[in-house]
Design a protein around this ligand. Sequence first.
Ligand SMILES: Nc1nc2c(ncn2[C@@H]2O[C@H](COP(=O)(O)OP(=O)(O)OP(=O)(O)O)[C@@H](O)[C@H]2O)c(=O)[nH]1
Ligand SMILES: [Mg+2]
Length: 695
Amino acid sequence: MAIDVEKIRNIAVIAHGGAGKTSLVEAMLFDANATDRIGRVEDGNTVTDYEAEEINRNISISSALAFCDWNGHRLNIVDTPGYINFIEDTKCCLSAVDGAVVLISGLSGVKAETGKVWKFADQYQVPRIIFVNKMDKENADYLNALDSVEKTYEIPTVPLNFPMMMNDSLAGVIDVVKMKAKVKKDGKVVEEDIPDAFKSDAEEYRKKLVEKIAETDDDLLEKYLEGTDLTDNEINTGIREGSLNGTLIPALCGSATDNIGVLQLMETINECLPSPVVRAAKVPIKGKDTKSGEEITRNPEAGAPLSLKVFKTIADPFAGKLTLFRVYSGVLKSDTNIFNATRDSKEKMGNMFYLLGKKQVPVKEVGPGEIAAVAKLKEVLTGDTLTDPGNPILFDPVKFTDPMISYAMEPKSRGDEEKVATGLHRLLEEDPTLKFHRDPESAEMILGGMGQMHLEVILEKLKRKFGVEVIMKTPKIPYRETIRATANAQGKYKKQSGGRGQFGDCWVKIEPLQRGGGFEFENQIVGGAIPRQYIPAVEKGIIEKMKEGLIAGFPVVDMKATLYDGSYHNVDSSEMAFKIAGSMALKKATPNAKAVILEPIVKVEVDTPEEFLGNVIGDLNSKRGKVQGVDSLPGGAQKIAAQVPMAEMLTYANQLNALTSGQGMYTMEASHYEEVPAHIKQKLVEEKEATKKEE
Ligand SMILES: Nc1nc2c(ncn2[C@@H]2O[C@H](COP(=O)(O)OP(=O)(O)OP(=O)(O)O)[C@@H](O)[C@H]2O)c(=O)[nH]1
Ligand SMILES: [Mg+2]
């Protein structure tokens, strides 16, 4: 029997790294009796951080699912990673939920990475609740943390509780919706009347709460102005409407590891975050009819045609591939025939189950709005739409950011290539941000990912799950080459020594295009100087030479080639001859074209406590970085915006940790290309010559 769609709450727990997401999920599952103890990240015994690589590092690397039933509601909870290397996974999970809990640390307030996940939630219009965590910590400041949210995201927060500090320690929270104290006693949270010491603060918070809710609705405002208190129901409706419309954010505080404030958070999730039905009314479930291409919608109803979207894939060495999905419409049974609208292929559903971390809880039937998993589907990947064969619909896939860095790699022991490729193939299914290809020139295996830590984790997984070890070689920076001057040259390929020879002769002018101009080819041949059928061959020859690079082996960009003259031989001319002639012409024109090397520049934002500001800026300058600005963040931290060559930022995570005693955070994204300085150019040209000699 499928679960009542009105009673489902699909939420993602999102935040910067280390904010307490996994610990909060632990407390929620315990409070809902889905587990009988609260695990600790440090002890490696939490429900959602179950992969060895996560336990070894005490961080979440990949999103994990859990579920519990609480107060008549089914909570499907996605615990997401916070560290920058793994945040694309968080984005994908946010595309499949109806609400989010954003954790903010009571110590630091908003951090650089918070901005990333916040943007993702905006992108998918996901209503959210703020949970200010670590309020048990000394110097934690609730209002400062909320202030950082309001200032950074320009949206009012509505505190629904505040910390109950007794003898400088967090004893509980004061719920200003119910006007009750929720106090921790003998490991259990009990509800009591508000102690006198907290009454005036409670009144103050309550007044602000009613005021903010009243401002969201004319009738409520009138009632408020008449001096009548709002009912709990009016307050909850006001909060729900406000968070759905994105005009306000409900906020709570507590401590995940002390399990304080968590119960009220779960009440607020049930009361104020949308069910799949409320969500669909706000953000319709839209897709394309795969036959007509028309835009069509689906309703989260059992009677509607089946449609579901895959938001995660797990490569389990034993259970095989696990596919995690969200049902948008219709009912799915474990033997249903389905159609993969993304890959135009047929699939048969296998055994389905709910996931509680790695624990699988079998289920025969899942209905609209539900989240579940299935093993061993053949050709299904993250982002795919699975649908009723008779009523196909295609949902928009999630677009993933391109890899930030790539390494050449080789198996530690000879003959393991096949095993490496098989293992990688499985990991590629699991991780859409991972890219693998063989370099057409060096035939090297190139692995691309979001950062150093990301690739290290992949190598550990390869070893642990698929028993192969590989070595990573210096990363390949995606340098480019271009020209700065116009030059002309002739490419003449002539091999005529009896019998069928080879003859191709062309004159080409090359000139620079503006940055991002790509490649243009113009044919200015007149009078049949070169027969029409050979002209594309000249262009092909030029393009191939561009791929090889002109001075240091990097692909050439932003160049125009104009073919303006040439000659041919009736017998000996061929496409091949003119292709070679084209490539020769480009090579010959190079010395006069002022060829240069372009390097990728990344946009970096670094958050650091004030005391390390000088170190961080000094270090960025020493990396040929250009600091664009420094902004003060609420709470005293500083945000540095800079543009830095990617080549200097490969192992920045470790360096920033050292510079800021582990308190710095940064985000990095590809920005543009710039010319490398002469000494770097020299070094790259020499490296290319050295590798050429080795070959
Ligand atoms: N004092 C205190 N420590 C906490 C609290 N919540 C989490 N921690 C600690 O903070 C550290 C990080 O907690 P996690 O739950 O792993 O944080 P996370 O947000 O899941 O981190 P990532 O998954 O790596 O992004 C752990 O050492 C926790 O024990 C809290 O409320 N109070
Ligand atoms: Mg975590």
